[in-house]
Write a new protein. Sequence first.
Length: 335
Amino acid sequence: MRLFIQIPCLNEEKTLPMVLENMPTQIPGIDDIELLIIDDGCSDKTVEVARKLGVKHFVHHAKPMGLARAFRDGVDYALKHGADIVVNTDGDNQYPSEAIGELVQPIIRHEADIVVGDRQTATIKEFSWFKRKMQHFGSWVVNKAAGTHIPDAASGFRAYSKNSLLKLNIVTEFSYCMETIIQAGNKRIAIASYAIKTNPKTRESRLFNNIFEHMAKSGCAIIRSFLMFKSNVIFKWAAIIFCILGLIPFVRFLMLVCAGNSAGHVQSLLMGVALLMVGVFCVALQIISEVQRIQRKLVEDQLERTKELLYSTEYQKIWAKQNEYGEFPPAQELH
């Protein structure tokens, strides 16, 4: 079983040695451990430092493309080179590298396909009271959308099995953390949590400038991911609500008719008609979203089969000929 530990980096030359210092070299149940650095447009000596520390696998971006794209490209490289498990950690030494051995055990024991490191945010001294509450609230929202019970949905310290990565499709541009949990929950991928203790803070986050920007971007990612799977539910309940509201004016008008006092109450009928039309429109949208949901599922099933072929043993022999920039040697050298 081969494990790839990927580390997205953006100018991490000072902290990367600390990340790699306690990186495990042997893990029970793992035959091969490989380190992968995703160079997300680094302008310092991060790559040189990684090479000196023995890292052999690299993915390069000419300019910063964001955490979600770095994660996606790192996973693509790892699967092309035979990864059975992929662990994602950060280059700022926030997460304890020595905990990776325990993080992957639920996957090795086939108890889960995704394991999320629980930072136990309520105990992190660097987090303000407001940030702790928002982290807890954000995790609650994600769990409601996904039908999961993960205490720290925003944690980037995670282990993924190959099977789960074949099923997941990252579409967000901000952070994959929320999206993968929502997808995993709705695709019935087994997901677990493992409590960790984070290292002291080394720098400010580069994903966002303040907590409110983080909340806004995370909220958009959650809504987008939720709509991918549950938009039909939204329109169904909207149709029910508007149809009930539309019937109320009709009932009121009928009661007035029975009481012999219907004159001058045509407005009730107009309001009822308007609300019922909105309800019917929501029914139509619900039908369309249900058809699109089925279509998306069929496309994703086909994409999963395509990935199985692209990351199969035969294709791995071809990907092994690529250099770290994704370039193949001249055609005559491939044969």
